[in-house]
Design a binder for this molecule. Structure first.
Ligand SMILES: Cc1ncc(COP(=O)(O)O)c(C=O)c1O
Length: 430
């Protein structure tokens, strides 16, 4: 994949893209939701598949010329089901959502009627904006009830969730988060949802790779709908997929869940599917079915755990005391810095990690947490040894207050030894 044409015709943009590729190569990516896709996925995303309109679904399109797209979309669907060991008799999958937030929105529109209540985890506890936060459509158009983690333990208090559900009788209960470092009891969520006549939506955007590889328990036996973005631990292109049980809806008698969701994606809230992204999703699920993917997911968990243990040795406080998955949250309250400052200090040393709210925080702009994730550095080939090094850098930057410029040199040296094998690097573009 080369940018030779762009270089000639649009040098300004070429320069910006080249600079971004260099930035990715020369900084340490600890953003828990990011990853580096394979060269195959980049090829497919940049292919002529982007040229075509194919509104509708395989076998029923509203444009001609979709012979190959039908097959591509079917392939993405089949592989998606296979990646989570699902049978097409019981589960349907929609691979057209443009991204996670519109996918959640479509699910809400499909499953609720006016006045219904959504119940998700609040942002400060690790939930996602699209789970009913008042700044988003999900919190404006729907009545939203939010549950929190226990302030002391940082863990989900399932009896609290149950109490809230019994009191408010939501139509949808959402499990799955953006900044929760522990395993989720999907069975418990399924039971609570059933007991109040709610749908259980599991949003596994963050942990989909870990679930697919068998390291986290599967939500599928206990959920009505499962949504995942495709670009986090799954390591695919930006996009999302929605799995729905082939069952009748709870309140719209006679209607099937998956049909309602398909209709809400198209023509409900989307137009033509992004065919290049769908083909790249097929590649990503194909990659997820290979034995190496399991090793990769296992290494992510090992790396996150070693990073957590090493930070604890330096007296950092971690929300919930550690991690079971790909991410961890430092609680900075015992230090003399906030999340915003910590993020900036790390960035000036070439370490990219985002500030994050933790339970009880009121300002998402300057929260008291820092979220660290292992998926991207693990793709880069980092193992336990390098994770210990990262903990040491964070300690020297945030506690010992060493000069970021000195640490930046060490970071760069390590990154140059762990280049992204087979993934396009700066020099290939110049
Ligand atoms: C749990 C969860 N759901 C949904 C989303 C939304 O995905 P997108 O950014 O693709 O809209 C995210 C994104 O970070 C997420 O973490």
């Amino acid at each position: 994949m080369k940018l030779n044409h762009l270089k000639k015709s649009d040098p300004r943009l070429y320069k910006l893209i080249s600079a971004e590729i260099k930035r990715q190569d020369e900084t340490l990516d600890l953003i828990a939701s990011e990853n580096f896709v394979s060269p195959e996925i980049l090829e497919v995303l940049g292919s002529p598949l982007t040229n075509k309109y194919s509104e509708g679904y395989p076998g029923k399109r509203y444009y001609p010329g979709n012979l190959y797209y039908d097959e591509i979309e079917e392939l993405a669907r089949t592989r998606a089901l296979k990646a989570f060991k699902l049978n097409s008799k019981n589960w349907s999958v929609n691979v057209q959502p443009y991204s996670g937030s519109p996918a959640n929105l479509a699910i809400y529109f499909a499953l609720t009627k006016p006045g219904d209540i959504l119940m998700g985890m609040d942002l400060a506890s690790g939930g996602h904006l699209s789970h009913g936060h008042k700044a988003t459509i999900s919190g404006k158009l729907f009545k939203s009830i939010q549950y929190s983690v226990d302030k002391k333990t940082g863990l989900i208090n399932y009896s609290e969730v149950e109490k809230l559900a019994k009191k408010h009788k939501p139509r949808i209960i959402i499990s799955g988060y953006s900044a929760y470092p522990r395993k989720i009891d999907f069975k418990k969520f399924g039971e609570i949802a059933k007991s109040v006549g709610a749908y259980h939506l599991a949003d596994i955007s963050h942990i989909a790779g870990l679930v697919s590889a068998g390291f986290h328990s599967s939500p599928f036996p206990y959920a009505d709908v499962v949504m995942t973005t495709t670009h986090k631990t799954l390591r695919g292109p930006r996009g999302a997929v929605i799995f729905s049980r082939k069952e009748k809806m709870l309140h719209a008698s006679g209607f099937m869940l998956h049909e309602a969701i398909d209709k809400t994606i198209f023509p409900g809230i989307q137009g033509g599917p992004h065919n290049n992204a769908i083909a790249a999703i097929a590649v990503a699920f194909g990659e997820a079915l290979k034995p190496n993917f399991k090793k990769y997911q296992q290494q992510i968990i090992k790396n996150a755990r070693v990073l957590a243990e090493s930070l604890k040795k330096y007296d950092f406080n971690l929300v919930s005391g550690g991690t079971d998955n790909h991410l961890l949250l430092i609680d900075l309250k015992n230090l003399d810095i906030g999340g915003l400052e910590a993020e900036k200090i790390l960035e000036s040393a070439g370490i990219i990690a985002n500030r994050n709210s933790i339970s009880g925080d009121t300002s998402p702009f300057n929260p008291s947490g820092l979220r660290l994730g292992a998926p991207a550095v693990t793709t880069r080939g980092f193992k336990e040894k390098e994770m210990k090094k990262i903990a040491d850098w964070i300690y020297r930057l945030l506690i010992k207050k060493e000069k970021p410029s000195l640490i930046k040199k060490e970071v760069l040296k390590l990154l140059k030894q762990r280049r992204l094998k087979g993934r396009p690097l700066t020099n290939k573009y110049e």
